[in-house]
Write a protein that binds this ligand. Sequence first.
Ligand code: NI
Length: 136
Amino acid sequence: MKVSVCRKAHFNAAHRLYNPAWDMAKNDAIFGKCNNPNFHGHNYALEVWLTGEIDPETGMVIDLKILKDIIETEIEDRFDHKNLNLDTEEFKTLIPTAENICVVIWQLLRLKIDSKLDLKVRLFETERNVVECDGH
Ligand code: NI
């Protein structure tokens, strides 16, 4: 039987939603306040879900300490207290919407997590705005 386990994490980051192919009026129309040229911040909450068989030797799907360390190294160290548009390679040209951030996080974690485990990432940009990505 497969079991899902989750590790939660947080990071704070600033961003601006802006498409350089559009003029300011269209960016304002599409992105509203999120197009503020001086950026704005969010307290992002992250849930990383792994699904797999329980290892009969450990009784665990994965040691959550290992998952904690992967999230710290790959996500928190990379994005916490950063301006996503200016300070990160990942969003130099990719618009840092919650959707795109969720996909980037999924891709970064997928490289580090055993391929026998299914990975799902849920990103809360606010308490009410949530996106989810499972690689499909
Ligand atoms: Ni925003």
